[in-house]
Design a binder for this molecule. Structure first.
Ligand code: FCB
Length: 480
């Protein structure tokens, strides 16, 4: 899609002052500054009229009772999830989404990203569950009835148990299996949704499951990780084509997790090289593969040309940054070590640095792809909500800055609506605008819920909003 760039400014005319026109002296008492000028800066940061304001969720994290997938199995084994917690009934979405969709509507959202669970839709190879598809159809209709446009992710980390038994993403046949599943989903749900996200965070999936080994299947082998990544991307490309075959008007993309990876010591050549290398592997390789059809990863290679041109839009999942140091003792992590800046504000649970500028830096990089951009995830674990208002405002301000430069950002999906099951961190990290009681599943809005609602209603960040929710930000956002 063609990006709109502002038309160049008209050349300024030079007006030569006529010598006989001597300007009248300005009476000293005249107010040079209009009296209406406020005593402090009152700028408002407006967003585009048709901007999409959303939240993002994923099936396994909210539905509950996803007993037929690899994450459920993983949770049952000791030592995998913090404090031995399990997803169990999660946020009960499989039974009831109405109350949460009402909450979303009350916040003023016009967009919501959710995922469908492969193991529910295809509980056994080639066997499709119409009831599950009907339930998802009901959810999507429920959103649309509330004026909320759904974005549906087809794969958000979980796999059916039968797929894992057949080799999971190490098996090249998984590409065809994923395509078959995709086709069935689009045939059934295409009438309620045009915006599709094939796969969530291929880099995180490959890293956590096959390098770090903290997620299923718990492996630690870089070669396998690269193979898995290749299959995941090929599955994306095949799904892209399949979706357009069934639904020509569909808009299909992928959610890419980007972290800012800066050199720990910028004056060290080794740190700079280590950071560049880490960035190339983690952030850049997938983008180059999908836009240029080139495979730049050090291990393995394959028919990457098939990937070229398989994005109608690109999704950015941005949370935080790391500093990267060269470390000759860290062979496993390719001689790199991650650390935080000494003066950094660290998010709960050591989740990472509070680094809003990273939002702008990632958007700047994605702008070069020439594709529409959605911020498909951005959020913060913060049970007591003491950082989230600042996090939300500063990150949205960075997004606003990007939009001013005509970077084509179409929407923002905050992670997330209600606290949900945070993978290996169990229930310990609380990302919700609403707090969830694990005892009785009741929801209570955090202050940030009202903040987000106010921003959406104003379609802007106003001085009043800053003063109400994060007065300490005034000097940063409204200097003067
Ligand atoms: C992202 C995942 C999402 C959630 C957030 C906090 O990497 O896509 O499921 O866990 O992190």
């Amino acid at each position: 899609m063609e990006k709109e760039k502002p038309s160049p400014k008209p050349a300024q005319e030079t007006i030569e002052a006529a010598p006989e026109l001597v300007p009248e002296p300005i009476p000293t008492a005249a107010p040079i500054i209009p009296s209406a000028r406020p005593s402090r800066p009152e700028a408002t940061f407006h967003f585009p009229a048709d901007f999409k304001w959303g939240v993002a969720t994923a099936a396994h994290q909210v539905e509950g009772d996803n007993t037929n997938n690899d994450w459920w199995a993983w949770e049952q084994e000791e030592g995998h999830i913090k404090d031995g917690e399990q997803s169990k009934r999660a946020c009960n979405w499989w039974e009831n989404t109405d109350a949460d969709f009402d909450r979303a509507a009350k916040l003023g959202l016009n967009a919501l990203r959710l995922s469908v669970e492969w193991s529910r839709i295809e509980p056994a190879p080639g066997v499709f569950a119409d009831a599950a598809l009907a339930r998802y159809g009901e959810m999507l209709q429920g959103l649309r009835a509330r004026g909320i446009e759904p974005m549906v992710t087809l794969h958000h980390f979980t796999n059916p148990l039968w797929l894992v038994e057949e080799g999971g993403w190490e098996n090249p046949e998984t590409v065809d299996r994923f395509t078959r599943y995709t086709r069935r989903v689009i045939e059934a749900l295409g009438q309620h949704c045009e915006l599709w996200c094939t796969i969530n965070e291929p880099n995180v999936y490959a890293f956590a499951g096959y390098v770090d080994g903290t997620w299923p299947p718990g492996q630690s082998d870089q070669k396998t990780a690269t193979l898995v990544l290749r299959h995941v991307l090929l599955a994306h490309a095949a799904a892209y084509r399949e979706i357009h075959d069934v639904q020509p008007d569909a808009r299909v993309g992928l959610a890419h997790n980007m972290r800012i990876l800066d050199p720990a010591n910028p004056s060290s050549r080794l740190d700079r090289r280590a950071a560049k290398f880490a960035d190339g592997v983690y952030n850049q390789a997938i983008l180059t593969a999908l836009t240029k059809g080139l495979w730049t990863l050090p291990l393995g290679f394959g028919p990457a040309w098939k990937l070229r041109g398989t994005l109608d839009w690109i999704g950015l999942n941005y949370y935080t940054r790391d500093l990267i140091a060269f470390d000759r003792t860290q062979k496993e992590s390719l001689y790199t070590r991650r650390l935080h800046a000494r003066d950094a504000e660290i998010l709960d649970g050591g989740y990472g640095e509070f680094y809003p500028q990273g939002m702008f830096r990632c958007l700047k990089r994605l702008d070069r792809l020439g594709l529409p951009i959605y911020i498909t995830e951005n959020g913060i674990p913060d049970d007591d909500d003491d950082q989230r208002p600042r996090y939300l405002l500063t990150h949205l301000h960075q997004m606003w800055h990007a939009i001013q430069l005509c970077y084509p950002v179409n929407g923002y999906y905050h992670w997330t609506l209600v606290d949900n099951f945070e993978w290996a961190e169990g229930w310990s990290l609380r990302f919700g605008l609403y707090a969830l009681s694990l005892k009785n599943k009741s929801r209570k809005p955090r202050e940030s819920a009202q903040l987000y609602a106010d921003i959406i209603q104003a379609n802007a960040i106003t001085p009043q909003i800053i003063d109400t929710y994060a007065p300490g930000l005034r000097a940063e956002l409204l200097p003067g």
